[in-house]
Design a protein around this ligand. Structure first.
Ligand code: IMP
Length: 216
């Protein structure tokens, strides 16, 4: 089964292959990227929620390719900031600014704030176009990881807001964890797990239907 991951990020695709492989028989699974199917345009993420953005991207990829398509949208929600930066996490400090500028803005906005609870959220959508080997309504799942925003960065690894995101059960920031540790508790790890379980169940039901209908 071929699944299009609506991304150009090779690292993200390799990571998804590894993580999804734990839930779906990976000998039956081929993950391809937007580049692999010749999609050259940009998909505008103009939704107001992670779920809307993930569905916009997955639907556009499925319409272009005719393949089962998966897209994700993720970001950081800070309680004391009413859920900011949310869907604007990548461009919190403005278009063209980097992770360091986003982190600086976050620290400025939280200056003097005592309640520093925050959550990383990842929404994943999987869309089944007509004539694809699996059919039905889109699967939409959400993974969440709750932590706190520190007053200054810690750790060298990761990306984005990782150096500011403290995960108390491990006594580390995301930037101080290795990949396996982060995947085991992260918003993305949780969303992939839910998607893998839902897809595996869908494949099982489909096989049973074919078996009943045609004895296949
Ligand atoms: P994307 O939807 O996965 O591209 O994530 C959008 C933005 O959210 C990123 O550019 C980061 O600023 C932030 N973000 C999402 N996931 C993480 C994470 O695991 N660590 C740090 N920042 C993240």
């Amino acid at each position: 089964m071929k699944i299009l991951i609506a991304s150009r990020n090779r690292g993200k695709i390799a990571e998804l292959r590894e993580l999804l492989g734990a839930y779906i028989d990976s000998s039956n699974l081929e993950l391809v990227s937007l580049d692999d199917v010749g999609f050259e345009g940009e998909i505008e993420e103009n939704g107001t929620t992670f779920e809307e953005n993930a569905l916009i991207k997955a639907k556009a990829a499925a319409a272009f390719s005719g393949l089962i398509s998966v897209a994700d949208d993720s970001g950081l929600e800070v309680k004391a900031l009413g859920g900011e930066p949310g869907v604007y996490s990548a461009r919190y400090a403005g278009e063209g600014h980097d992770d360091a500028a986003n982190n600086e803005k976050l620290l400025r906005n939280l200056h003097g704030v005592r309640d520093r609870e925050a959550a990383f959220v990842c929404c994943m959508a999987c869309v089944f176009p007509e004539n694809a080997p699996l059919q039905g309504e889109p699967i939409v799942v959400t993974g969440k990881c709750v932590g706190e925003i520190l007053c200054c960065p810690r750790g060298e690894g990761g990306f984005g807001y990782d150096p500011l995101f403290w995960f108390d059960p491990f006594g580390k920031t995301f930037a101080e964890m290795d990949k396996t540790e982060k995947n085991s508790i992260s918003h993305r790890g949780e969303a992939v797990k839910q998607l893998g379980i839902a897809l595996d169940e869908k494949i099982r039901v489909q096989k049973e239907l074919l078996w009943r209908k045609y004895g296949l």
